[in-house]
Design a protein around this ligand. Sequence first.
Ligand code: MG
Length: 387
Amino acid sequence: MKKITILGSTGSIGISALDVIEKNQQCFQVVALAAGKNINLLKKQIEKFKPKVVAVSSKDSALKLREALTAKTKVKIFYDEEGLKEIASFPSADIVVSAISGSAGLMPTLAAIEAGKDIALANKETMVMAGEIVTKRAKKKGVRIIPVDSEHSAIFQCLEGRKRENLRRIILTASGGPFLNFTRNELKKVSLSQTLQHPNWKMGKKITVDSASLMNKGLEVIEAKWLFNLDISDIDVLIHPQSIVHSMIEFIDGAFLAQMGIPDMKIPIAYALTYPERIINDLPSLDLVKIGKLEFLKPDIKKFSCLALAYAAGLCGGTAPVVLNAADEVAVSAFIEKKIRFIDLPKIIEKILVLHDSINNPSLDDILQADLWARIETKEIIERIIT
Ligand code: MG
């Protein structure tokens, strides 16, 4: 029986993880959950999975949750950042699913590592912002970081049992998002609802916008650098509209290995939870005849310049990826609030990157400072655009 903590239990990954757990109750037990403000869903999760402790984002939400639960429901409720750390380091957990969206996932993931917990990592920002620190601390604590992101899970599976010196490069695949075949002119007019219609994957809003701009792939390139200890130049991206090949690796002799499957996050989530074992699921099997063809295209980085910005930040290293990520988070939320256009995203992020003096080998404090700085600067630039 694996004891599991989920950070971000009411988000897209959290919900899928709980679904995997519910269908495999003989294998897993939920011990702790952390959510934000979705008290209704968290209440249902508490009643079904009976965690010992939970955390919500504020004291107000904690009070609401206590009120919503029946008096006989035994669960300890924590709140705010301290509460989140409490949940992340809850002693009886074997593995922590890090699935909080955005940069808010960094500190609790670090707390889980400090507490010696294996990490099922769905929060790519943890690696983008502090990959060097996170990997060092995980190594020191003997903690395993198992990727949940479908591309990284694919690479992780392809690399299993292989000699690293035989690896030439890895290739991350990207669906290309809803605007793959749009012209630059058409991109100027895309709406929020069009952007939120991902062709293959069902995900949260932020990551869906990032998928449409290819920033998600850019963040994944940086995530892969740290997860697999690679140079940015050894990580390529291919557009693969069918989202069947989740990613691939190439060996020095030209042999490729790819991992395929239907696009359903429950597969990489279950693998991260059961690694190195696998479990049966009730998902449909991949029907390649029905799919018919698998296409691969070179990404158009002129049209989707977020990917180029992420490569540039990844190559620069230091705090540049922190700033890239923070600027993107602020800009994407402004886009979701319909304050800016889709095509403003890369322009804003580029401006912030140019303004930033990157610090090499940043401390955690440097990282948090750079994150804060980029948020303030990005908000200012957005204000200037909209007024
Ligand atoms: Mg992904």
